[in-house]
Write a protein that binds this ligand. Structure first.
Ligand code: AGP
Length: 614
């Protein structure tokens, strides 16, 4: 995983070390286990590495007055090797003649390591990355570009790399396969910027291009030369990027997570804005390039996603099937890519990803595209890799989601998926009145979200009662089952408590064995259609001494006699819309528990906002 940043100073007064630290801070969503930087000073590689977040490296760089005209830098999410300074990037060859940073995984690193070790080369880290440094050095014969060119075909797996060599102090070499890498030339200063994500170029106006798979580039302050693996020089077309500096603050909230939870009335409104067509009882998407005719012909939907985005897909499946009557499969992207999937004719593929950079989702989409099915992406981050792969991208417009734990992006995904289901349903059998009724429920969501958020003090109070439990079940039926999967993920992610989302009716087939006074059950009762059935399932838990907290719609007072605690949520109007308010209830509950447990809420341990490796 990880984020790569590089800078070559030309016309500006910018110190490349500071430019890189600034860039790394914007890339920290890709991992924050350790950070490092390297440049060349007086003919030698100079480098600093620190364990932990970029701010620690920043302090070291400042304390040492590191002043560079060219630098490469890295923020790491550990894959191979523990979180130590030795395993932090950059990695070097034996003589420390070159320094290299890497995003991705070298799958054949052990084989290469064995060969190099038997040639007498000594390794000092546990990483896969170190083999690239040694291999380039092994092939180096005075021409660093040729050494890179010789090395690339020997690497299996995915990578974006950037490297410098002390004998060539004017250049950074970069190469990619399966990982994004953007290169930009600043309009004013002509300084060169290199990054895993062009969004990290914020605050500047640049000409930008992305390297494609199996390309490498030699970047100096004067020229950028791009080659393919055969050494043939390529021409790249540039895209002008004007990225305004947006200062993203917590707006007085203690955490970005809490701010983002509170933003949801607005972010959902932005997801819906301009897309509700009341006159025709449908939804309109400016960005959708697929014709109504093609949508009408769709006989199957395949949704690909990971994590929270996958949960959004699971909820959407039920809506696509009940509203548009289209059989829908939802696949965890990391599973889909390796199981020889059958994609029938007239399948519409929907890929959901907040970041648009999730490696598993990208790979699954590439696999799905082999069937020539049209791909619609739902993304939040503009210019992301997924949006470049898809035929059409529907933008969430949720605004930057900083907290690693997804909240507002998830509810925006749901909002958009509901609209897409409506649009497709209207090309099929759903009549105008049905379409209009669906829209009026969607329009009502803002009020429901605000009503849930206004109950924050109740969630806080009950969190203090339940924070001491070490295990949780989140149970619900129909639409509430995938909503529970999401709620359990929130709790796991930010409080580090073991939680399982489970279909309430399935508890009796095994998991009920776990019920005791030490395991808390949170019942999501937002599926009115199955409310009575859920009550029976809760009785079964109560009879076995399990404590129960319920989130239930106002007016459903029967719940009071069964559960230990209840938080009443807005009166239920229609089941398919309940996942939005109920998932916000889950977010608030997880947040207040995490507060009591004192975890790192916005950047929980072991996680990254964007998972760019398999
Ligand atoms: C959600 O809270 C998680 N951080 C994670 O599951 C996330 O949803 C997943 O990694 C997918 O990310 P994406 O939407 O950017 O593809």
């Amino acid at each position: 995983m990880c984020g790569i940043y590089g800078h070559i100073k030309k016309g500006s007064k910018t110190n490349s070390a500071i430019a890189c630290i600034d860039g790394l801070k914007r890339l920290e969503y890709r991992g924050y286990d350790s950070a490092g930087i390297a440049g060349i000073h007086q003919g030698k590689i100079v480098s600093y590495k620190t364990v932990g977040k970029v701010r620690t490296l920043d302090r070291v760089v400042q304390d040492n007055n590191l002043d560079l005209k060219m630098a490469i830098a890295h923020t790491r999410w550990a894959t191979h090797g523990s979180i130590t300074e030795l395993n932090a990037h950059p990695h070097f060859d034996e003589e420390k003649a070159l320094a290299l940073v890497h995003n991705g995984i070298i799958e054949n690193y052990q084989k290469i390591k064995k060969t190099l070790t038997s040639a007498g080369i000594k390794f000092i880290s546990e990483t896969d990355t170190e083999v690239i440094s040694h291999l380039i050095s092994f092939h180096y014969n005075g021409d660093i570009a040729k050494a890179v060119e010789k090395t690339l075909p020997e690497l299996e797996g995915s990578f974006a790399i950037a490297l410098i060599h002390k004998d060539h102090p004017d250049r950074i070499l970069v190469a990619t396969r399966g990982c994004p890498l953007a290169i930009g030339v600043c309009h004013d200063s002509k300084d060169i910027y290199i990054s895993s994500d062009s969004n990290a170029f914020t605050g500047r106006s640049l000409d930008v291009f992305y390297l494609h798979d199996d390309e490498y580039a030699v970047v100096t302050e004067a020229t950028i030369e791009v080659y393919n693996m055969a050494g043939i020089k390529l021409t790249k077309s540039l895209e002008v990027l004007n990225l305004e500096e947006k200062f993203i603050s917590k707006d007085g909230y203690e955490h970005f997570l809490l701010k983002e939870i509170h933003e949801q009335p607005l972010s959902v409104e932005r997801a819906l804005h301009g897309r509700l067509d009341f006159k025709n009882g449908t939804a309109n998407f400016e960005e959708l390039s697929l014709s109504d005719d093609l949508l009408k012909k769709t006989t199957r939907i395949l949704i690909l996603a990971c994590g929270s985005s996958y949960h959004a897909g699971c909820i959407a499946k039920q809506i696509f099937e009940s509203l548009a009557k289209i059989p829908t499969e939802v696949e965890i992207a990391s599973e889909f890519r390796y199981r020889n999937p059958i994609i029938l004719e007239n399948t519409l593929v929907i890929a959901i990803s907040q970041s648009g950079e999730t490696a598993d989702t990208l790979a699954a989409v590439k696999e799905a595209k082999r069937s020539n099915s049209p791909v619609i992406a739902l993304c939040n981050v503009k210019r992301s890799s997924l949006s470049r792969l898809a035929k059409s991208t529907l933008w969430l417009n949720a605004g930057p989601e900083i907290s690693v734990c997804s909240t507002k992006a998830f509810t925006s995904q749901l909002s958009l998926l509901m609209l897409l289901a409506l649009k497709i349903a209207r090309t099929k059998d759903l009549d105008l009145a049905g379409g209009k009724a669906f829209l009026s429920h969607i329009e009502n969501l803002g009020k429901q979200i605000s009503a849930v958020i206004s109950k924050a003090p109740e969630f806080k109070l009950l969190a203090s009662k339940y924070a001491s439990f070490k295990q949780f079940f989140f149970i619900g039926r129909n639409y509430m089952y995938p909503t529970c999967l999401e709620a359990a993920l929130k709790l796991k992610e930010i409080s580090y408590i073991n939680a399982s989302g489970y279909p309430a009716g399935e508890m009796k087939h095994g998991p009920i064995a776990l019920i005791s006074k030490d395991l808390a059950t949170v019942a999501f009762c937002g599926n009115v259609h199955t409310f009575d059935k859920l009550l029976s399932n809760l009785m079964e838990i109560k009879s076995r001494g399990g404590p129960i907290l319920a989130f239930a719609p106002e007016g459903y007072n029967e719940i009071l006699g069964i559960t230990d605690d209840v938080i009443f949520l807005p009166k239920q109007i229609s089941d398919p819309f309940a996942p939005i308010p109920y998932s916000i209830a889950g977010q608030l509950f997880a947040y207040y528990i995490a507060i009591l447990l004192g975890t790192d809420i916005d950047q929980p341990r072991n996680l990254a906002k964007s998972v760019t490796v398999e």
